[in-house]
Design a protein around this ligand. Structure first.
Ligand code: NAX
Length: 331
């Protein structure tokens, strides 16, 4: 039998946490034959609710779940974890300045970076979900210098999956037959959902999405804004932000990272830029990646047209500004 993998979920008493922990305990994230021990962290005001989640995990009698740690102590939560999903953060409330929200998250991610660096298992893989996701991940990276850059990422897989979903609805095809969309840049409304390399599996072989949709106006307009604004549309409809889709995408992100992407398929991950595609090095930016043996690798050599270039640069510019704002909170 396999040794259990320890998975940390911060903000585990929140909405995404509530959807995510049962998925992990059912093997959706790491596989149906992989036992897990869940480490759940939240803050003292949520301690009672967190304990309630722990009670429900016990009650669900998940065969793969070999233990649950529920705590408000970051050191205890981080100790020995192999995978860390960082969902906890400070949300933007109405009337708050961007700088004030950034400042709260910078201090949270600075502290949790140290706890992970000192106490997580060697080679722990980190996924930041909490917003501003890219910049929180960058702060985490800066304050956990002994964790390799390659082990720190942020979630843009939800945006990627939303793009697949929109194409599948438009063409009335199975979502599993659509692949290789790309989310470039920030997990914010400046992100660029790119279909220029996306394909659909048809009885006559793989066809480009552009050819099948045959409507550049829709692809360059409404498709992009729908994906960019999907989070807001969910809030409007549900009066709560995306939770089940965020949790499911977080599982997809870790599963593909650990177990590998299928041959010929790439996914989007927010990762530390090495300057590929002329994206400034030193930002956490969403790129198309393939994964093998537990490591991601940026897909190289895709042709970029002028329309894409502008959008990729605009979202990089926003990330550079966020980075500057985050650093100004440190001094
Ligand atoms: P909730 O407010 O329901 O849950 C957040 C939880 O984090 C709360 O239980 C809170 O007590 C806890 N928390 C706060 N500070 C903490 C700290 N220092 N340590 C540990 N826990 C802490 O929010 P939820 O809807 O679950 O969303 C969580 C985060 O995901 C938000 O930042 C949200 O903006 C972000 N999202 C990111 C997405 C992505 O694709 N990257 C999509 C979904 C989501 O909007």
């Amino acid at each position: 039998a396999k040794e259990p993998v320890r998975v940390l979920v911060t903000g585990a008493a929140g909405q995404i946490g509530y959807a995510l922990v049962p998925m992990i305990a059912r093997g959706v994230m790491l596989g149906a034959d992989q036992p897990v021990i869940l480490h759940m962290l939240d803050i003292p005001p949520a301690a009672e609710a967190l304990n309630g989640v722990k009670m429900e995990l016990v009650d669900a009698a998940f065969p793969l779940l070999k233990g649950v740690v529920a705590t408000t102590d970051a050191v205890e939560a981080c100790t020995g974890v192999n995978v860390a999903v960082m969902v906890g953060g400070f949300p933007r409330k109405e009337g708050m300045e961007r700088k004030d929200v950034m400042s709260k998250n910078v201090s949270i991610y600075k502290a949790q970076a140290s706890a992970l660096e000192k106490h997580a298992a060697a080679n722990c893989k980190v996924l930041v979900v909490a917003n501003p996701a890219n910049t929180n991940a960058l702060i985490l990276k800066e304050f956990a210098p002994s964790i390799p850059d390659k082990n720190i990422s942020c979630l843009t897989r939800l945006d990627h999956n939303r793009a697949l979903g929109q194409i599948s609805e438009r063409l009335n095809v199975q979502v599993s037959d659509v692949k290789n969309v790309i989310i470039w840049g920030n997990h914010s409304s400046s992100q660029y959902p790119d279909v220029n390399h996306a394909t659909v599996k048809t009885p006559a072989g793989e066809k480009p999405v552009r050819e099948l949709v045959a409507n550049d106006e829709w692809l360059n307009g409404e498709f992009i804004t729908t994906v960019q604004q999907r989070g807001a549309a969910i809030i409007k409809a549900r009066k709560l932000s995306s939770a089940l889709s965020a949790a499911s995408s977080a599982c997809d992100h870790i599963r593909d990272w650990v177990l590998g992407t299928p041959e010929g398929t790439w996914v989007s991950m927010g990762v530390y830029s090495d300057g590929s595609y002329n994206v400034p090095a030193g930002l956490i930016y969403s790129f198309p990646v393939t994964c093998k043996n537990g490591e991601w690798c940026i897909v190289q050599g895709l042709p970029i047209d002028e329309f894409s270039r502008k959008k990729m640069d605009a979202t990089a510019e926003e990330l550079s500004e966020e980075k500057a704002l985050a650093y100004s909170c440190l001094s």
